[in-house]
Design a protein around this ligand. Structure first.
Ligand code: NI
Length: 269
């Protein structure tokens, strides 16, 4: 590690810096205390807790959704966007789903504005059958120890909030569905992204084929792909352009999280 300042730390539109993990935590605490949330520390990553938040629905049959943010520390719009959605959401909307959140998976990377954790591990690789020989990170080991529970929590959908720092312009997503082609789930998330950013042209992104803004059914040892092995119905990793305006990126992430929740409610009828 070096002490060079990260180029991936931003001034947030409503004040503060994008890597301020303490400020993020203070704001989550206020959200939690405002209503209905249970917090649990799943494990510690160095000195940082890896926290899980849950908010049950009154109806046991309501959709069960899992949203995770902050796997990569230089992608801050995910954690801030998730906070923005949850903090501003109508409680009546949240009441309609069993919601589980991992608000910040990689705190040491987030604080440094750096992709990997303090130990040089990629927290979004090394999961499941397609780990490809990559050992799980500290964060991954904590999450894997909760496999059965996370699979249940995300039964009706998993959303992981990422950014692509190589992109100045385009948004896109990785999605996994139990179907040969992207369906309404993928299209709904893409449409929410497209309200903020032009969609990535067909071709390649990060070595993966992208068509219509979607990298589809790619099993790459990521957290989201692993949740499909746990039996969830569908999963996505959404990507905002990490070089674009931070305010727009946060707004897009918040919109996509809301679209994810609304899709599950609509699908449940
Ligand atoms: Ni990422």
């Amino acid at each position: 590690m070096t002490d060079d300042p990260s180029p991936w730390i931003w001034d947030l539109p409503d004040g503060g810096r994008s890597n301020d993990a303490d400020a993020l935590q203070v704001r989550w605490k206020a959200v939690r205390e405002a209503g209905g949330w249970q917090a649990e520390v799943l494990g510690c990553i160095g000195d940082d807790p890896l926290t899980l938040l849950q908010r049950p629905a009154a109806d046991p049959a309501a959709p069960r959704l899992l949203i995770a943010a902050g796997f990569h520390g230089e992608e801050p719009a995910g954690p801030w966007g998730l906070l923005r959605f949850i903090g501003g959401a109508d409680p009546a909307l949240l009441d309609r789903v069993h919601l589980t959140l991992l608000p910040l998976v990689n705190p040491s990377g987030f604080r440094a504005g750096r992709r990997f954790n303090d130990w040089g591990e990629n927290p979004n690789r090394g999961f499941g059958l397609h780990a490809g020989g990559i050992a799980p990170s500290r964060e991954g080991r904590v999450l894997m120890a909760q496999a059965a529970r996370l699979g249940q929590a995300g039964r009706d959908g998993v959303l992981s909030c990422h950014e692509d720092i190589k992109q100045a312009t385009f948004g896109y997503l990785y999605s996994l569905e139990r179907a040969p082609a992207p369906g309404a789930f993928s299209r709904t998330l893409l449409a929410a992204n497209a309200r903020h950013f032009p969609i990535h042209p067909d071709g390649e992104v990060d070595g993966c084929p992208v068509r219509g803004g979607i990298v589809f059914n790619r099993h790459d040892g990521s957290f989201e792909a692993w949740t499909m092995e746990l039996g969830v119905a569908r999963a996505a990793c959404v990507e905002t352009p990490g070089q674009a305006d931070i305010g727009q990126r946060v707004a897009a992430q918040a919109d996509m999280a809301e679209a994810f929740v609304r899709f599950a409610i609509a699908a449940a009828g």
